[in-house]
Design a protein around this ligand. Sequence first.
Ligand SMILES: Nc1ncnc2c1ncn2[C@@H]1O[C@H](COP(=O)(O)OP(=O)(O)OP(=O)(O)O)[C@@H](O)[C@H]1O
Ligand SMILES: [Mg+2]
Length: 339
Amino acid sequence: MLSGPDPLRHLLDRRLLLFTGKGGVGKSTVVAALAAEAAASGLRPLIVELGHRATMQGIFADLGATQPIGHEPVPVTADRTIWAANLDFEAAIVDYVADQVKLRSVARTIVGNRALQGLFRAAPAVREIVMLNKLRLFERAVTRGRPTWGPILVDLDATGHALMLLEMPRVVGELLADGPLRGLVDALTGLFTDPARTLLNLVTLPAEIPVQETLELYHRLRRERGVPFGALFVNNVPASAIDGELRPYLPELAGLAAREGLPDLAADVLLAEQAIARDELVLTLVAQLQHEVDPPIALLPRLAPHEFAIPGLRRLGRAALSSLAAPPSPVQWDIQEQA
Ligand SMILES: Nc1ncnc2c1ncn2[C@@H]1O[C@H](COP(=O)(O)OP(=O)(O)OP(=O)(O)O)[C@@H](O)[C@H]1O
Ligand SMILES: [Mg+2]
C-alpha cells in the first residue's frame, strides 16, 4: 500500500505497476498518461501490453512513434523518453528458454522443435508463466549499472485475464515439486507479491455500475491474491458544469420560469439541476470508494478529444499525481489548473 506525503511519487518509484479494471474504463489511457508523467519526471517508463490488442500503437501513433510496437521495447515518442512493448507468446517462450540455456540460438532451436512446440502449447499455465517471466526479465534488465526500466507499466486488459495471470504463480507453485520451474515460479511469486517492487492498480469510472464492479473486484483481489495494491484511479471525471454559488437560487429561478411562462429559463434550470445531481453522484460514489477501499484514490479529468496528445496525457498523469496527494473533490476540479 502507498503511504507518505506524495503517494503517487511513491507509485512511480515502483518497478512494476500493474493496471486492471473493467473493459473500456480507461486502463490504457491511464497507463499512457502515467508513462508521460513518469517520462517528464526523468524516469524511464516502459509500457507493456500483453499481446491481445495493440492499443498503444493507436495512442502513440501521432505522437512520434516511428516503428511498430513489438515484443521488444521500442521508443514511442520522438524524444525517446517513453518506450513500449507488446508481448508475444512465442517470443516469450524463446526468452524463457534462452534465460535457462543462456544461448538464444540454442533456445530458438529448442522452441522451434515441433514436438516441443506441442508440449509448450499444451502444458497448463505456460502462457501465463512465460508472460510473467518476460515482465521479470524487464524488471531485472540493467543498463550501465542502473535498471533499464522504471516504472514498467503493465496494461493487463480484461479483469479475468488479470486475475488468472496474477494467481498463476501461486496456483502453479502449490502444484510444483522441486525442479527447474520451481525456482522461476518462486521468483515470480516473490516479485509479484513484493510491495517494494510491484503494485496493482485499479481503474474505474465515476458511475454506479463500474464502481460496484470495482468494489467486487477489489474485495476479491484482496481476499484471494497476494499482489499489493497501489492506487484506485477514477477516470473520466467530468468537470463541474455549474458554479456552486448558483445553487441556492435554482428553486427561485424554477418558480419564476413557471410563473412567468419562460420555457428557455425552465430548460436551463433543469440542465443545471441535472448537472448538480451528476456532481453529487460523483461525490457519493467517490466517498463510497474511499470508505470501502484502502488504496488512495486518484481522480482523472475527462479530456476533450483534441487533448489526446502528450501534453494532455501528461496533464492527466499530473492530475492523478496531485489528486492522490490531496483528498479528491471533483466538483471543484479545474483541468486548466492542473497544466
Ligand atoms: N480521461 C479521459 N477523457 C476522455 N476520454 C477518455 C479518458 N480516458 C479514456 N478515454 C477514452 O475512452 C476510451 C476507452 O479508453 P481506454 O482504451 O484507455 O480504455 P481501456 O480500459 O483500456 O479499454 P479496454 O478494456 O478496451 O482495453 C478511449 O476512446 C479513450 O480515448
Ligand atoms: Mg485497453
